[in-house]
Design a protein around this ligand. Structure first.
Ligand code: SF4
Ligand code: SF4
Length: 161
């Protein structure tokens, strides 16, 4: 089953305020901490812009496909979820993510990634500029938004840090 809504990112609207990071780490771990956030703001020094990096929930997800202990599954929204009971912390899923959107939790040695907050992503809720949005297919159904989405993924893949 696939998601009825999709997380979309518009980096040109990102001011780098990091409210999404704070909201995410608070929601998931009860702390304010970059290293606990499932979304990370990076600065592309060459383009002079801030880019929110977050999982795009690939349909044919390399992270899920590469896991040898089948510790990543798809929920009813299409989110790729890590089963920490099965995860052995080998980090293959972190290495293979083409967007660099699967992060290492330094405390557990295991990956952390976006889980769509069970269908109500707080990053989108707290982003005051509209740089992160959780949209329905009807809302996305414009060439302008599709182009924006393609540009975002291209910016992530081609970014230099
Ligand atoms: S963590 Fe990376 S590979 Fe896995 S679904 Fe998200 S973007 Fe795709
Ligand atoms: S959707 Fe939720 S889990 Fe994913 S980045 Fe946003 S706040 Fe974090």
């Amino acid at each position: 089953m696939t998601s009825e809504r999709y997380l979309m990112v518009f980096p040109e609207l990102c001011t780098g305020c990091r409210e999404c990071e704070i909201a995410c780490s608070l929601k998931h771990d009860g702390v304010v901490g970059y290293q606990k956030s499932r979304i990370r703001i990076i600065r592309d020094v060459f383009e002079g812009m801030e880019i929110p990096v977050v999982c795009m929930q690939c349909i044919d997800a390399p992270c899920m496909n590469s896991c040898r202990v089948e510790a990543i599954y798809v929920d009813e929204r299409g989110a790729k979820i890590i089963d920490y009971e099965r995860c052995i912390g080998c980090r293959r899923c972190i290495v293979v993510c083409p967007l660099g959107a699967n992060f290492l939790n330094p405390e557990t040695g295991k990956p952390i990634k976006c889980d769509l907050c069970g269908g109500d992503p707080v990053c989108a809720e707290f982003c005051s500029t509209g740089a992160i949005r959780y949209l329905s297919p009807e809302e996305i159904n414009s060439e302008e938004l599709r182009l924006a989405s393609r540009n975002y993924i291209k910016a992530l893949i081609e970014r230099e840090m």
